[in-house]
Design a protein around this ligand. Structure first.
Ligand code: ATP
Ligand code: MG
Length: 578
């Protein structure tokens, strides 16, 4: 490709709404343009990088035995009613109407469609296992689209869905996808690592997210350098000991705490109750029922764990007015010892189990109780691990100190079980003629997010540093004179033709521009190898070969093509395992 024939609108500065480096570079390097918030056009270079990632994904999916299909973006709401997700996923669904007034959902994912397909097309154990995948546009009504392609309203996802006859079979399918994901991200030049992930209401413990460490990531991951334990903070647990038991004190005693409405205020004089001897009482509305959640004063409730453990679909904190209506006091004086209306469930964090000599609100504004014993004084409905772990706590597996870092979720593998197959009748006849639901798994990769994650992880002050496998072009040839008869341009054309003939992706910067401009642009776009043809080195019979992230080399003009091919080969084997 000749630079002047394509469209590479590089920018000196990024638009002010681009906050993170990868978003800025996507725009500055002329890879994408914004049409509206969360909606982007891919320009030629951005599309080339995207296609390369898609190719890697396709190759690895095919290698893992998955088969490609393409499902519609328009989905009938009925199948979402059937799966029970029309309600629960409602906030992300784009709903459109056709001219007859019939409603459609724009695909945010495709469990319902593929399970309907399996229900119709798969009837016998002989047809299983099967794993279907597609690479297609997905639509999600994200309330806060941001960071460019990271959280968009319209994005490209690879989604795969496995169907097996048994649980063991489903685990084997899961493992294949897990291994394929590991290869895909490695081939994309990305350092991504798997972490245990929340499985939500579906339950089970087989879900991993693939995370790319980045300060700008929207996820937090707890990990242990000792044993390799790693989990999304929404799921992570630690080996922290329970609250130290004390002698069971006398009966509960009420005391006045005028104006004290925070854990901190109660921990100060004249009260001096340390946060770890306080019980925080939170009121939540879970699926329109009121529930109390108890957590130690120095801990934070993890809402994702709360949802997962209680099986609630939608939770929100009660308003101060609702708290007052339920317990008779405002937040700051709430507790679970007295005045609990019948039927209100009390969930408590495991760390409080067996604790005594605790202090909590008395459900009377301006009063607290001391000498509270969890077992004796509070009717806990159920105990769960509900707290968020913190850095420095002991690893649940080996006891070493946990660390926490931010990360970008690029992929997610999930064992679904029979939730969807039962609801949408994806059943098969087994060897003995008994009809059973298929055991499913689902596996997603954010393709456009992955593209941006590569840039977020791989850049320097001058621009993008593309890994060879996903670079829009592997080589950029930069003749300093573009006059057709010049030695530089003639040699440039020759090297261009030879490299192209050998299957290398090459772009020839044939712009009649100052060398400084051309070098800056080549670095900004981040081509892995630049071949410079200047008068000075040509006079010596040499060309300049400059790897984007390495020192310049001078080679004889006739050896230029071989030197480039050698560099490419060295980098390709390094990033192409197996
Ligand atoms: P997130 O927690 O980031 O909202 P998710 O868990 O809802 O993502 P999945 O349903 O697991 O996402 O989708 C599979 C993959 O699709 C994710 O791992 C992510 O890479 C990508 N993805 C999800 N939502 C978006 C989005 N709004 N924009 C770009 N990529 C997305
Ligand atoms: Mg996910």
């Amino acid at each position: 490709m000749k630079w002047t024939q394509t469209l590479i609108p590089t920018l000196r500065d990024a638009p002010s709404d681009a906050e993170i480096v990868s978003h800025k570079l996507l725009l500055r390097a002329g890879l994408i343009r914004k049409l509206a918030g969360g909606v982007y056009t891919f320009l030629p270079l951005g599309l080339r990088a995207l296609r390369k990632i898609e190719t890697i994904i396709r190759e690895e999916m095919n290698r893992a035995g998955a088969i490609e299909v393409l499902m519609p973006a328009l989905q009938p709401p009925e199948i979402w009613e059937q799966s029970g997700r029309a309600e629960t996923a409602s906030n992300v669904l784009f709903k459109v109407k056709d001219s007859s007034g019939r409603q459609w959902f724009l695909s945010p994912t495709a469990e319902e469609v593929i399970t309907t397909l399996a229900a119709n097309e798969i009837n016998s154990y002989r047809q299983l296992p099967k794993n279907f995948y597609q690479i297609s546009l997905k639509f999600r009504d994200e309330i806060r689209p941001r960071f460019g392609l990271m959280r968009a309203k319209e994005f490209i996802m690879k989604d795969a869905y496995s169907f097996d006859t048994t649980d063991d079979g489903a685990m084997a399918s899961y493992k294949k996808m897990y291994d394929a994901y590991t290869r895909i991200f490695a081939r994309c030049g990305l350092q991504a690592f798997p972490v245990e992930a929340d499985t939500g209401v579906i339950g089970g413990n087989h879900s991993h997210e693939f995370m790319v460490p980045a300060e700008t990531g929207e996820n937090e991951v707890a990990f242990c350098e000792g044993c390799g334990y790693a989990a999304n903070i929404e799921k992570a647990t630690s080996g922290l000991p329970k609250t130290a038991p004390r002698e069971v004190g006398a009966a509960v005693e009420k005391f006045a705490t005028p104006g004290v409405v925070t854990i901190e205020a109660l921990s100060k004089a004249p009260y001096g109750v340390p946060a770890n001897r306080q019980i925080k009482t939170l009121v939540y509305i879970a699926d329109s029922k009121e529930v109390l959640v108890l957590i130690r004063g120095d801990d934070q409730l993890n809402e994702t764990k709360f949802l997962a453990k209680t099986g609630a679909v939608a939770v929100r904190p009660a308003t101060p007015e609702e708290c007052h209506a339920i317990l008779g006091a405002k937040p700051g004086s709430l507790g679970a010892v007295v005045n609990i209306p019948a039927g209100v469930k009390i969930y408590a964090d495991e760390r409080l189990r067996g604790a005594n000599d605790m202090t909590t609100g008395a459900n009377e504004d301006g009063f607290h109780f001391r000498n509270v014993s969890l077992e004796r004084d509070i009717q806990v409905t159920e105990w769960f691990d509900l707290r968020t772990v913190r850095a420095g706590e002991p690893c649940v597996k080996c006891g070493k100190s946990l660390k926490i870092r931010r990360a970008i979720e690029v992929g997610h593998v999930f064992k679904l079980g029979t939730k969807y197959s039962e609801k949408l009748n994806a059943t098969f006849l087994d060897e003995t003629g008994v009809r059973k639901p298929s055991v499913m798994g689902c596996y997603g990769i954010g393709v456009t997010r992955t593209l941006q994650a590569v840039i977020e992880q791989s850049n320097d002050k001058d621009g993008i540093v593309w890994p060879l496998n996903v670079a829009p072009y592997q080589v950029c040839i930069t003749p300093l004179s573009v006059v057709p008869e010049s030695q530089a341009m003639q040699l440039a054309e020759k090297i261009y033709a030879e490299l192209t003939a050998q299957g290398v992706d090459v772009i020839l910067d044939d712009r009649d521009d100052r060398p400084g401009v051309k070098f800056k642009d080549a670095d900004l776009v981040g081509f892995p190898i630049r071949v410079g043809l200047g008068e000075k080195s040509l006079a010596k019979g040499e060309v300049e070969i400059k790897p984007r992230n390495g020192p310049v080399q001078f080679v004889k003009t006739e050896e230029a093509v071989a030197a480039v091919i050698k560099l490419i080969a060295a980098n390709t084997t390094a990033s192409k395992p197996g």
